[in-house]
Design a binder for this molecule. Structure first.
Ligand SMILES: Nc1ncnc2c1ncn2[C@@H]1O[C@H](COP(=O)(O)OP(=O)(O)OP(=O)(O)O)[C@@H](O)[C@H]1O
Ligand SMILES: Nc1nc2c(c(=O)[nH]1)N=C(CO)CN2
Length: 169
């Protein structure tokens, strides 16, 4: 059984619909989904605000690279052209952490090398797994406590649904 934490981001078009599409794409693997947050862009400034969320998957059928393939297929489905690094995007799906896996493979670095610095990942992750730790970086509760989270604002009006399990159309 694999257990992994993935992050979602979108700042172009119908942002919430893209996040929901990603959750639906992982179907019955999805075990838990965080609240949605409206977040100020990091990396490239002057772009639109993002919606961000985090979800947990469990599966007997895929390995970490299988998760990455699903994530990249979903990204490609909504946006075939990748723009500038850290620039605007309809959908970004990152593999944040896989239980028991540490890897420096550039195609799939685990834990994700930016996750421990990103309030946009840690704040929603903390909501659903307050006791989680990032190998090499410690408890996410401590990481969140040490950062400015004022640019990560809850959107309780936007709730991602699980358990749909239908294929992407
Ligand atoms: N943990 C990971 N999750 C997702 N992609 C990863 C991971 N580790 C390495 N990669 C690789 O990173 C490459 C670029 O991914 P992507 O376009 O999502 O980057 P980005 O979102 O612009 O930046 P960042 O990865 O810092 O969020 C992909 O080709 C993928 O193979
Ligand atoms: N707030 C926020 N900013 C970003 C994000 C993101 O998900 N949220 N993703 C980026 C590229 O992966 C670049 N900048």
């Amino acid at each position: 059984m694999i257990r992994a934490v993935l992050s979602l981001g979108s700042n172009v078009g119908d942002r919430f619909a893209y996040l929901q599409k990603a959750i639906d794409g992982f179907g019955e693997m999805v075990a838990e989904v965080s609240p949605v947050y409206e977040t100020e862009p990091w990396g490239v400034f002057g772009q639109e605000d993002f919606l961000n969320a985090v979800f947990v998957v469990r599966s007997d059928d895929v390995d970490p690279h299988g998760l990455l393939t699903i994530a990249q297929d979903l990204e490609r489905e909504v946006e075939r052209i990748r723009g500038v690094k850290w620039g605007p995007r309809k959908l970004d799906v990152d593999i944040v952490h896989v239980d028991g896996v540490v890897s420096d493979d550039p195609d799939l670095t685990l834990p994700h090398p930016g996750a421990h610095r990103r309030s946009t990942v840690l704040v929603p992750w903390y909501d659903i797994e307050p006791d989680a730790e990032i190998p090499g970086h410690g408890r996410i509760a401590d990481l969140v406590a040490g950062m400015d989270t004022s640019d990560v604002v809850p959107r309780p009006d936007l709730v991602l649904h699980t358990g749909c399990g239908r294929p992407i159309t």
